[in-house]
Design a protein around this ligand. Structure first.
Ligand SMILES: [Zn+2]
Ligand SMILES: [Zn+2]
Length: 405
């Protein structure tokens, strides 16, 4: 059902209890940014669905640096049985079945693309991805797109190329249905206030022009797709199954076993590798942020979610894209299946006729920051919460302090 004067909007047609799973959704297209040529990934995840490939053992070797991403891919692609067996040697920890240690059904597949490699969890993901990327795979286009992504440090470019490409096949209608504007109108201009409108537009057109050159499109068309992506992409992030597994291991009562010692021999290099990298001066403030989760596995062996980071990528979900914003939304979005499948749940009880909402900004921010973040969506939020907070900010200081507490 449509909602007047806003985006498409979705309204509850019946009462919904808190915690109800409303729908699950696969992305229209997810990021191809994870295959950047100069950055070796520390984990092997399926390009199409984001699920982790191989075994825990192999992932730990990658995290610890004893096997490089390229080496692991080459070995998997070579089909050399003995090497694969060695790489994927199953752990057999007390209380953990061998099956639980294998991260995917069947053997992962690897596709060589130029100097790089693309990993898939199985045949169906590979087939779907190859179908949608048919024209990108011709004439080295994919490598060129990846190079522009690296040069411009812009993951959306890969997504734009893939979407345009998929638009010739199945994703076309989905792309057309997304709302958006020209790219420069859809991105946050924070930190670039010194540029005039014309300079800003020119700045934003540069990556669009590069991509247009490779894809044989008009730069304005790329700008439109990029705008749609900025309005509709969400970050896909879920805990690494390796981290979840190790969290289970950290709680084991009996750690005095040869199996545990074996596992620690793989875990130790992961823990010490990150400690040595952290010592280097780092200008990027985001990589200095504190880890959120910490595991004490053995004496002196502490792993954090910086050592074994969560999966992170970008994706567009057509149905979620139709949901409007509220600063105090009634929907929760989560990645519960260990891949890029999105689960949408009711955050609280929703009554028939109420609109379903998600928060486009960080709901923990104060009203002015939220409004700033929402500017690139082209609207000023007039939700109940924003109204209340505006009144509180306009009131006496004591009242303001209470309102924020
Ligand atoms: Zn997959
Ligand atoms: Zn609001």
């Amino acid at each position: 059902m449509g909602v007047r004067e806003k985006g498409v909007g979705i309204v509850a047609e019946t009462d919904i209890e808190e915690g109800t799973l409303l729908w699950t959704e696969k992305p229209l297209y997810s990021s191809i940014a994870r295959q950047l040529p100069d950055g070796e990934y520390s984990d092997l995840a399926c390009e199409a669905c984001g699920s982790y490939c191989g075994t825990l053992q192999l992932q730990l070797k990658l995290f610890g640096g004893s096997v490089s991403y390229t080496e692991a891919c080459k070995t998997l692609a070579s089909g050399e049985d003995s090497e694969i067996k060695e790489l994927m040697k199953k752990p057999a920890l007390p209380g953990v079945s061998e099956v639980d240690c294998i991260l995917t059904d069947g053997a992962p597949l690897v596709l060589a693309v130029g100097d790089g490699h693309v990993v898939f969890c199985g045949q169906s993901c590979r087939k779907g991805w190859e179908d949608a990327n048919k024209s990108l795979l011709k004439d080295g286009k994919l490598q060129k797109v990846r190079q522009i992504m690296v040069d411009e440090d812009l993951e959306y470019l890969g997504l734009a190329a893939a979407l345009k490409n998929g638009a010739e096949a199945s994703a076309g209608a989905g792309l057309d249905a997304l709302c958006g504007d020209k790219y420069h109108k859809c991105i946050d201009r924070d930190g670039h206030e010194e540029l005039s409108d014309e300079e800003w537009e020119k700045e934003c057109m540069r990556p669009c022009e590069k991509l247009a050159g490779v894809m044989g499109m008009a730069p304005s068309e790329v700008s439109e797709i990029m705008g749609k992506l900025c309005r509709n992409s969400i970050m896909v992030t879920f805990t690494s199954p390796v981290f979840e597994y190790l969290a289970g291991v950290s709680g084991l009562k009996n750690k005095d076993t040869p199996e545990f010692a074996d596992l620690m021999s793989l875990v130790r290099p992961v823990a010490s590798k990150s400690k040595s990298t952290n010592k280097e001066p780092d200008s990027a403030s985001e990589s200095e942020s504190e880890p959120e989760a910490k595991l004490e596995l053995a004496d002196g062996v502490v792993l954090t979610d910086k050592d074994v980071p969560p999966y992170a990528g970008w994706a567009v979900y057509p149905l979620l894209s139709a949901v409007n914003h509220a600063c105090k939304p009634n929907l929760d979005t989560e990645f519960l299946q260990g891949d890029s499948t999105l689960s949408v749940l009711a955050k609280r009880k929703i009554l028939k006729g109420q609109e379903l909402t998600i928060c486009y900004a960080d709901p923990d921010d104060d009203q002015p920051e939220r409004q700033a973040a929402l500017r690139s969506y082209g609207f000023v939020c007039g939700c109940d919460l924003c109204g209340q907070e505006l009144r509180a900010i306009a009131g006496p200081p004591a009242k303001k302090a209470r309102a924020r507490a």
